[in-house]
Design a protein around this ligand. Structure first.
Ligand SMILES: [Zn+2]
Length: 63
């Protein structure tokens, strides 16, 4: 289950939310209820991506 980080376009609050399949469009700000929230790149998924890229590139660099 992915946890996404969002930022409210109206009050600039950032919050994390557990999003199930098909529920991505139903996210709204817990502070003001605004539905126009922007999805941010969460730290956890960003780290996973860099580790994957590193492992994939390593064998080629050493050969
Ligand atoms: Zn808000």
């Amino acid at each position: 289950m992915p946890i996404y980080e969002y930022r409210c376009e109206r009050c600039n609050t950032t919050f994390e939310k557990l999003v199930f399949k098909g529920e991505e469009t139903r996210v709204n700000c817990p502070d003001c209820g605004n539905k126009e929230v922007k999805k941010l790149l969460s730290a956890t998924s960003f780290m996973g991506q860099s580790i994957g890229t590193c492992a994939a590139n390593a064998p080629r660099e050493f050969s």
